[in-house]
Design a protein around this ligand. Structure first.
Ligand SMILES: NC(=O)c1ccc[n+]([C@@H]2O[C@H](COP(=O)([O-])OP(=O)(O)OC[C@H]3O[C@@H](n4cnc5c(N)ncnc54)[C@H](O)[C@@H]3O)[C@@H](O)[C@H]2O)c1
Ligand SMILES: [Zn+2]
Length: 370
């Protein structure tokens, strides 16, 4: 199979501008892209345990000619986004006397990227950060945009910082070891980009969803590049999330509520978002003349074809009062009422505040309990 050429997405954030490189075989050649952004000769790799072999090791070997390379292993799982893991990273960095010219590199999924990014943002008041996403979700979502952070017992991502990476290397070969369920969950975010921003991407997904599930290199590279470009475009216009960036939340008001009530880890994030998109898409019917039952049905069909759920799984008894309480306490829901991002047309969405009694029948149709 021929390899697609390496593709690059520019994130034009002024003096914080950086590039995202996407393609197969990047890790073994990483020095080509890391050397130009490296200030000193100190590299700290923080690697998800599940990504260490072979990906972390390949990267470490590739970077060794550039200087000292230290490796910290991050235990897999959301629980690692905690103060104890952050403290362990600070301790390793300061214990090994990493200086202000050090580069901290996160190798793994969104958990590793968020945790390690916050360590980079805070160590010595901020050192250079490089993202090497090894999950499809991290490639299309969490490695772009500069949000870093950890959780505490009151909620997810409550502590953190905006800290842009200096470079993102998305080596699509790393996805070969990723479990199928993780790949499929990330498809929800890619479908989201089509609905909120890019009708052409949506149509391309309708034709290529099977190729994506099979990790066909050209299809993966295209989907990752378009997703990064869209997220970068949105984030560049609204780096600190005061307006436009909220469109990325399509499917997430309901999806977060589902995750929150079900208990984190019951459903994958992407699975909750898939159901959330279907509910919020239905809320869009009647809001824009170009979002009709036909478009809604196409979205449902695409979600199903991706292998994502279109309803809450049977046996998961989430009630309307629980879901509404969770939705209105979402930190992204400011002001009165509950805000949803709803489609107006394929590729265009808007934020609207909608009363619970309008949303209730749609949640029931999605499998919620009264
Ligand atoms: N910063 C942001 O803007 C942003 C955006 C979206 C999500 N997030 C965060 O991202 C996290 C979810 O990210 P995720 O879905 O990547 O989950 P994850 O980081 O937990 O990774 C999923 C699983 O895949 C494993 N893994 C990683 N790379 C692998 C590989 N190449 N081969 C085999 N296994 C591998 C991990 O060990 C883990 O078990 C959440 O904490 C979420 O809050 C952040
Ligand atoms: Zn999401």
């Amino acid at each position: 199979m021929t390899r697609p050429a390496i593709q690059t997405v520019d994130v034009p954030l002024g003096e914080r501008a950086y590039q995202i490189h996407i393609g197969g075989g990047l890790l073994a050649r990483a020095a080509e892209w890391v050397a130009p952004v490296l200030r000193g000769r100190e590299i700290f790799l923080a690697v998800d345990a599940n990504a260490m072999e072979p990906h972390g090791r390949t990267l470490a070997e590739a970077l060794r000619p550039l200087g000292r390379v230290e490796i910290a292993i991050i235990p897999p799982g959301e629980e690692s986004k905690c103060v104890a893991q952050l403290d362990a990273l600070w301790d390793r960095l300061s214990g090994a006397r990493f200086g202000r010219n050090a580069a901290v590199v996160a190798v793994g999924g969104g958990v590793t990227g968020d945790l390690v990014g916050f360590a980079a943002a805070s160590y010595l008041r901020g050192v250079d950060f490089i993202q090497v996403p090894t999950t499809l979700l991290a490639m299309v979502d969490s490695s772009v945009g500069g949000k870093t952070g950890i959780n505490n017992r009151h909620g997810k991502n409550l502590l953190g910082a905006f800290w842009q990476p200096r470079l993102v290397l998305a080596d699509t070969d790393t996805l070969a070891t990723l479990p199928m369920g993780e790949r499929i969950a990330a498809l929800a975010e890619i479908i989201k980009y089509g609905v909120i921003y890019d009708a052409e991407l949506f149509r391309w997904l309708e034709a290529n969803i099977a190729a994506l599930r099979d990790l066909q290199p050209a299809a993966i590279a295209h989907a990752v590049r378009r997703s990064c470009a869209i997220k970068a475009d949105v984030v560049t216009q609204d780096e600190r999330e005061s307006g436009l960036r909220q469109i990325l939340n399509f499917g997430h008001t309901v999806g977060h509520a589902i995750e929150n009530v079900a208990g984190y880890g019951t459903l994958r994030h992407g699975e909750a978002i898939a159901v959330g998109m279907i509910v919020e898409s239905a809320l869009g019917l009647g809001h824009g003349p170009a979002w009709t039952t036909a478009e809604h049905q196409r979205l449902v069909a695409l979600i199903a074809a991706a292998g994502l759920p279109t309803m809450l799984p049977a046996g998961l008894d989430l009630t309307l009062p629980q879901l509404f309480a969770a939705a209105s306490s979402d930190k992204k829901n400011r002001g009165t009422g509950t805000k949803y991002i709803v489609p107006r047309a394929l590729g265009t969405v808007e934020a609207v505040t909608i009363a619970d009694d309008v949303v209730a029948p749609l949640l029931l149709a999605a499998g919620a309990k009264p």
